[in-house]
Design a protein around this ligand. Structure first.
Ligand SMILES: O=C(O)CCC(=O)C(=O)O
Length: 319
């Protein structure tokens, strides 16, 4: 994978954005993506943009989301999920519709794709292989016979030495995406394994039908964002419909001032294909949630009672 190493060096050498991409460089990146299923991008954001994104992302990681307090979501032990990152900072939107990203993704997916998900997570240190080898299943494989293409754009927000993204070069487009056992992976030649360590700001694109995973062990926490581009008209697998995973993007009006018509299409403006009005997730309310809600309710009652007693005392002593 010729450009892989070259590009990674570019990312690590400077955080200045490259303003224009000469056609030959884009051609090379597209050719590498088609051949290998994964490419590292040159720097596309400035150090300032990256810093603002890191700060905004970090602010969502301080506590778990609750009531009127923003924070991360937690549905598994080793990851803190930050959904809908386009709400957080201009840089997240700029990255999603960056000219180089659009050029490459358009040449790989055609012109019907949209950004269908934009989230990130903090992976906690662990030696557990909790996010093993797989291709990303997303479309309804009971009705869709074609292996539909999907591209993810990933960017590290912290420096990554361990627990890096792993990909098996050239494994994309070969089978419908599914979980892959470790024994199956052992059959691939070692030269095809890519481990993508890198500085904060390292960005890469991959075809999600290719076999990939979060590397193990994760020796220090890692923060990364993952954007998902596919054709929203392709029928989704049932579990993602039930979870409402590919809901229309949640956006912040403050960051939408410089969008072209193409950007608006990519962000799904006006597209109701996967909208589920009045969606309510079918899940049992966890006991911990019920308990903390009850305690919080009791605290509010005590506070109200205290205020009423204080008001009565004030009235008594001032009359
Ligand atoms: O977190 C990682 O490095 C792997 C990400 C991944 O497997 C995915 O986005 O499907």
């Amino acid at each position: 994978m010729r450009n892989f190493k070259e590009n990674r060096r570019l990312v690590q050498s400077s955080l200045e954005p490259t303003p224009l991409w000469p056609r030959p460089e884009t051609d090379d990146l597209v050719a590498d993506l088609k051949r290998d299923g994964v490419i590292v991008l040159p720097n596309i954001l400035s150090a300032e943009q990256l810093g603002d994104m890191q700060q905004a992302f970090e602010s969502r990681l301080r506590r778990m989301r609750w009531n009127n307090i923003e924070g991360y979501q937690k549905t598994e032990r080793h990851r803190h999920m930050v959904e809908d990152v386009l709400l957080l900072d201009q840089g997240f939107v700029d990255l999603a519709v960056h000219p180089l990203v659009k050029q490459i993704v358009t040449r790989y997916l055609g012109t019907d794709y949209e950004l269908t998900e934009a989230k990130g997570w903090k992976s906690l240190s662990t030696r557990r292989d909790f996010h093993g080898w797989h291709g990303d299943a997303w479309y309804d494989q009971t009705t869709e016979k074609k292996i539909h293409r999907e591209i993810k754009l990933a960017m590290y927000l912290t420096e990554v030495h361990s627990g890096a993204f792993n990909y098996i070069r050239g494994s994309h487009g070969k089978q419908h995406p599914r979980t892959v056992k470790n024994q199956e992976v052992e059959n691939f030649d070692a030269s095809r394994f890519v481990e993508l360590t890198g500085a904060a700001g390292t960005a890469f694109l991959f075809d999600t039908s290719g076999i990939h995973r979060q590397g193990v062990p994760m020796l220090e926490p890692r923060q990364a964002i993952f954007y998902n581009y596919h054709d929203p008209r392709v029928r989704l697998q049932q579990e993602d419909v039930s979870y409402y995973r590919y809901h229309p993007l949640l956006l912040n009006a403050a960051f939408l001032g410089r969008l072209s018509r193409e950007d608006q299409r990519i962000l799904g403006f006006g597209n109701k294909t996967n909208l589920q009005s009045c969606f309510e997730r079918q899940t049992q309310t966890p006991l911990a949630f019920k308990a903390s809600s009850a305690i919080f309710d009791a605290q509010l009652r005590v506070r109200e009672l205290r205020d009423r007693i204080a008001a009565r005392l004030r009235r008594t002593f001032h009359s």
